[in-house]
Design a protein around this ligand. Structure first.
Ligand SMILES: Cc1cc2nc3c(=O)[nH]c(=O)nc-3n(C[C@H](O)[C@H](O)[C@H](O)COP(=O)(O)OP(=O)(O)OC[C@H]3O[C@@H](n4cnc5c(N)ncnc54)[C@H](O)[C@@H]3O)c2cc1C
Length: 467
């Protein structure tokens, strides 16, 4: 019998023959497909529940086969791109086991999409604040595995801040529960936090207990246009000292605005970009302010707008709260609008101390210029976490090569500025080798020792999240 025949037979016994298949192209790529990254796999398995996940992991461990966990496949670092072995796709673990509004918590399986959880929490009068951009496709398991961020991570923290406990399959196939519906637990090492952000390299997350909160009673958006990266950085500082305490503080540079400004659903905004001496240098800041009372929240918006005028904004606006959903959707579409310009892009997620933001923005644009690439940048300015983006025609090997080298230069820039190569997408396959440049050798050794302790055969996502 061929290898694939044995796989199909044995895995079919564990999960049912119809839930084992040969990989299709979509199983071998993720959100990095524009870079040409495509993996290989011997089989794709879609288990029905945590017990079946444990059985599959045990079988792979017994047979020395690599395991790649696949959530929604929206990741932007190649983490779900397999390198041989078995892909465990989590889409059938899509149950909400418990939603307890009276206790502000829920227990969900890993394959529930982010948007489904948002909707279900909202129907129960509550909110799950983490808001990564591909919410209709990304899964809670993927969000935990990457410790996903998003605009509201600035005020509410990344996914990790909302996780009370996890159910996970560890090597060699043991289903364990760490934490649970507990708001506090310091009894052992913080293994829950270790698994959050582990990118499928330490085990398979099958379910999670999550915190929920009531939504704010009022929301006010404030926008400001700044004539340079330095002025925008001053605007970020102005927002912090204004007393407005934004929950999200986002930025788009001139390159991102080139593709998206025309559709911004705020009167006067487009004209404000054009009126600058150098529209290509326009930077838009967007602050979301949350509060309990409409008038008090609006007053905080006024304070922020005044601070931005003092910081050099050439235009500010505070749209009606009714516009906030449309503005949020517009912001979520920026990535696609920029990609459409050349057909492809590589968006990185470097993060720097916020007082080095202007150096990052100007430096990233300079890298693109030197390499003959078009550039755009947008992201979470309040967190110093920017999606520096190099555009490419995916059919051009020369441009793919130039983009790869531009990304390496960008990582060096982030290191020089005291930052990190990844604020939210993870190391995956695209940033292999970068951790050792950013951490002390002793810290890297501890990182590797954890991997060896939890995955002694090195079968979970081999080669990924490595130093
Ligand atoms: C348009 C767009 C906007 C985005 N915006 C943001 C943003 O604002 N913030 C942000 O942080 N990210 C963003 N992302 C990146 C991506 O959506 C997130 O990283 C998301 O958390 C990935 O979830 P997923 O289910 O698609 O994971 P996948 O891509 O399937 O996997 C990502 C990693 O997690 C691992 N994994 C997945 N599920 C599990 C599991 N159950 N157990 C163990 N490991 C698992 C995989 O092996 C892989 O290493 C964006 C992506 C796109 C395409």
């Amino acid at each position: 019998m061929t290898v694939s025949g044995v796989l199909a037979r044995d895995l079919g016994t564990l999960v049912g023959a119809e839930f084992v298949r040969m990989p299709e192209i979509a199983d071998l790529e993720d959100g990095t497909r524009w870079t040409g990254l495509r993996g290989t796999a011997d089989a794709v398995v879609t288990p029905a529940d945590a017990r079946e996940v444990a059985d599959v992991v045990r079988w792979c461990y017994d047979h020395d086969l690599p395991i790649t966990v696949r959530g929604g496949g929206t990741g932007l670092s190649g983490g779900a791109v397999p390198e041989g072995g078995v892909v465990i796709a989590m889409e059938r673990l899509a149950g909400i086991r418990a939603l307890e509004p009276e206790w502000w918590r829920c227990e969900v399986e890993a394959g529930v999409t982010t948007a489904t959880l948002h909707r279900r929490a909202s129907e129960a009068g509550l909110r799950f604040p983490p808001d990564p951009g591909a919410a209709e496709s990304s899964q809670i398991g993927g969000n935990l595995a990457t410790n996903a961020g998003g605009p509201h991570a600035f005020g509410h923290g990344q996914t990790r801040a909302w996780v009370l406990g996890v159910e996970v399959v560890l090597a060699p196939g043991e289903l364990v529960r760490i934490g649970g519906p507990l708001r506090k637990d310091v009894a052992g090492y913080d293994l829950t936090s270790l698994l959050v952000g582990s990118e499928g390299t330490l085990g398979v997350i099958t379910a999670a207990w999550l915190r929920l909160v009531p939504p704010p009673g009022a929301e006010q958006i404030v926008m400001g246009v700044f004539p340079s990266a330095q002025a925008a950085q001053d605007g970020v500082a102005g927002a912090l000292v204004s007393g407005a305490v934004p929950a999200a503080l986002e930025l788009l540079d001139g390159g991102a605005l080139q593709d998206s400004a025309a559709t911004l659903p705020v009167p006067g905004a487009s004209a404000a970009f054009g009126e600058l001496d150098d529209p290509g240098q326009a930077h838009l800041l967007i602050a979301h302010i949350e509060g309990d009372l409409v008038e008090a929240t609006a007053a905080r918006g006024d304070a922020l707008a005044a601070a931005w005028q003092d910081a050099g904004a050439t235009w500010t606006a505070a749209p009606e709260s009714a516009a906030s959903t449309a503005i949020g959707q517009w912001r979520a579409n920026v990535s696609g609008a920029v990609a459409a310009r050349r057909g492809g892009k590589l968006s990185e997620d470097v993060a720097v101390p916020t007082d080095r933001l202007a150096e990052l923005l100007d430096g990233s644009e300079a890298i693109a210029r030197r390499r003959g690439l078009e550039h755009a940048a947008w992201g979470h300015a309040g967190d110093g976490n920017i999606h520096c983006t190099f555009l490419l025609d995916p059919s051009s090997p020369a441009q793919r090569d130039a983009v790869h080298h531009a990304a390496q230069e960008l990582f060096e820039l982030a290191h020089r500025l005291g930052g990190t190569v990844s604020g939210e997408h993870g190391i995956g396959r695209l940033k292999t080798g970068q951790l050792a440049k950013q951490w002390d050798p002793g810290a890297v050794a501890a990182h590797e020792a954890i991997k060896r302790a939890l995955d002694p055969k090195g079968l979970f996502a081999p080669g990924r999240k490595t130093a």
